[in-house]
Design a protein around this ligand. Structure first.
Ligand code: NAG
Ligand code: NAG
Length: 487
């Protein structure tokens, strides 16, 4: 009996695995309702579901809005509206000003069965986006949509990446969007941020296509018989497209900013010369480095401190021997008097060590990301076994901002000018889901003991350097920069 059950289960499994995305039936549009400023339609699965990655979603809704002359919004979502969409409070959607379609520079057309659509320029009729070569797939864990493009298209974007500015088109090429920490300068791979937006530059104009979807995705670029294709392979979410008419790259960028908002204005000083390095393990070394810049007559606007300053790499702490508070405050005051700025690193990972106050407070307040059973989700990072603040919860935000306020208090703490929010792409050093954070931290010696004793006595070299600096850089007011070398 058990044997027989096993056999039929195996059969079932192998049948399930036999389905391929190429078997998926696509969709059929019906109830197409045109309005003055857009259209809506129902999309129904056009045959037997293929259920390759999760379940095919049978009923979808198409919403097209001519928002402003240069911006067209096309949304394909599940009719039940249960699939995740990026929260409005994180990315407020641009208002639809309900312009008559006839005024738009772009035009949307659809074919009902199998469902496909095009976006073209209204004046020249040039087709910019055309999904007719592949069927739409919309499953609970896989969403696919492809568009055909001209031969050797001039495509830019789909970041963050370190590949050529004009994306590779002479061979198959994939842009993965899945935020991850990635030291050095890796090519053809995913990096810290995701921007599912491309700009296509053509002989007769430039346009932009933004897919507002925060799920992991591969955007595949391939040669086809009569041109090129660009295909979105996404592990979830909805198809929320914004098309920007351009007609030049600057206009596309402006239209993108108009839709999603401008980036925060950066401080003027952040455009200056900066020095950051892991390994400055004592506040005196930071001071010496700063003075050395003056000695060499190299301008320096900003001094950065890496995780060396922390006590066992814990956020909101100072190594009491190597970065005592009074000395660190003195360094910052000296920098400020010299018109220089100071930036300190923070990592979102919070050590779960007993007796670490920041963690205890966060844990009590419910500030950390949780597992299903309600306990803090834990992993390993610079500080060893850690939890991560949930920036999207009220508790997480209020705990994080109150820790920052007290540690960086200008009167009693370290009066920084900026914070380097490192590893905030959600890095976890645990290799897999079976990892025991305490054990893994121990096995990998994370965090290590500080490898150098405090440097509070002047070495012979430093003494030479000290007197030399005193003479040479006194007129450049940098003398103060090293005065705290003396304990
Ligand atoms: C660009 O415009 C010119 C002039 O209207 C036309 O001849 C040409 O075919 C257009 N190119 C494309 C790629 O549409
Ligand atoms: C500062 O300059 C001195 C003299 O060249 C050198 O020995 C020392 O290593 C420098 N300090 C730092 C932190 O770079």
């Amino acid at each position: 009996m058990i044997k027989a059950l096993g056999a039929s289960l195996f059969l079932l499994l192998s049948v399930a695995h036999a389905a391929e995305v190429s078997d998926c039936p696509g969709y059929k549009a019906s109830l197409v309702k045109k309005t003055d400023s857009g259209l809506t339609a129902d999309l129904k699965l056009a045959g037997k579901s293929c259920d390759v990655y999760g379940d095919d979603i049978r009923d979808l809704k198409l919403i097209v809005e001519y928002q402003i002359d240069s911006r067209l919004h096309v949304l394909i979502q599940d009719a039940a509206e249960q699939v995740f969409q990026i929260q409005e409070d994180l990315i407020p959607r641009p208002p639809a000003s309900k312009k008559p379609a006839a005024h738009s520079k772009l035009k949307f057309d659809l074919t009902e069965s199998p469902f496909s659509s095009t976006v073209s320029r209204r004046d020249t009729k040039e087709v910019l986006f055309d999904t007719s070569s592949d069927k739409l797939i919309f499953e609970s864990q896989y969403v696919y949509l492809g568009t055909s493009l001209p031969e050797s298209p001039n495509l830019y974007g789909l970041g963050e990446h370190l590949d050529a500015f004009r994306l590779i088109t002479d061979q198959d090429y994939s842009r993965t969007m899945w935020n991850r920490e990635s030291p050095f300068l890796p090519r053809k791979t995913n990096l810290y941020g995701s921007q599912p937006m491309y700009i296509e530059h053509r002989e007769n104009g430039t346009h932009g296509v933004l897919l507002l979807n925060s799920n992991g995705m591969d955007v595949k670029l391939s040669k086809t018989d009569n041109g090129h294709s660009l295909a979105y392979n996404i592990i979830g979410g909805v198809l929320d497209f914004y098309f920007f008419a351009g007609p030049d790259p600057v206009e596309v960028s402006k239209q993108h900013a108009q839709a999603l908002g401008l980036p925060a204005m950066m401080p003027y000083w952040s455009l200056g010369y900066q020095q950051a390095k892991y390994g400055y393990w004592d506040v005196n070394i930071l001071a010496e480095m700063t003075a050395n810049y003056s000695t060499a007559n190299i301008p320096l606007e900003v001094v950065w401190a890496d995780i060396d300053y922390m006590h066992y790499r814990k956020d909101f702490t100072l190594d009491p021997d190597r970065f005592p508070l009074w000395k660190t405050r003195e360094l910052v005051d000296t920098l400020h008097k010299r018109n220089q700025k100071f930036v300190m690193m923070l990592d979102p990972c919070i050590s779960t060590d007993q007796g670490y106050d920041s963690y205890s407070r966060g844990h009590e307040q419910g500030a950390f990301l949780k597992t299903k059973d309600g306990s803090d989700y834990r992993g390993v990072q610079w500080a060893g076994a850690v939890a991560w603040p949930d920036y999207q919860s009220k508790e997480g935000l209020s705990w994080w901002s109150s820790e920052i306020k007290s540690f960086f208090d200008a009167g009693t703490g370290v009066n920084v000018d900026g914070i380097w929010n490192d590893m905030n792409e959600g890095s976890n050093f645990c290799p897999d889901t079976t990892c025991n954070p305490e054990q893994h931290a121990k096995d990998t010696n994370t965090p290590p003991e500080p490898s150098n004793p405090p440097r509070n006595r002047i070495t012979y070299e430093a003494r030479v350097f000290f007197s030399m600096t005193k003479v040479i850089i006194f007129p450049h007011h940098s003398y103060q920069g090293i005065i705290i070398i003396v304990p």
